[in-house]
Design a protein. Structure first.
Length: 73
């Protein structure tokens, strides 16, 4: 392949680094779910019902679905 059709390495790394935000937020949400709504086998205190945590996560996704196109525009 000629160098004319290739994407520079630095550009590839910068575009790939943007995905770290998505991975990082997924890890944080998973950790919060485990902390606030632990499984019964963990024998830890549940601070919030799983339905409430699901509603909070859903609300965040809905806000993203509305704000992302507006930000793009």
């Amino acid at each position: 392949m000629s160098s004319r059709g290739r994407v520079p390495t630095l550009t590839s790394l910068v575009y790939g680094a943007a995905n770290l935000r998505g991975v990082g937020s997924g890890l944080i949400v998973s950790w919060l779910l485990y902390f606030y709504c632990p499984p019964e086998t963990a024998k830890a205190i549940a601070y919030a019902p799983i339905m409430a945590m699901g509603a909070v996560i859903l609300f965040g996704r809905v806000v993203d679905a509305v704000s992302d196109p507006l930000i793009r525009y």
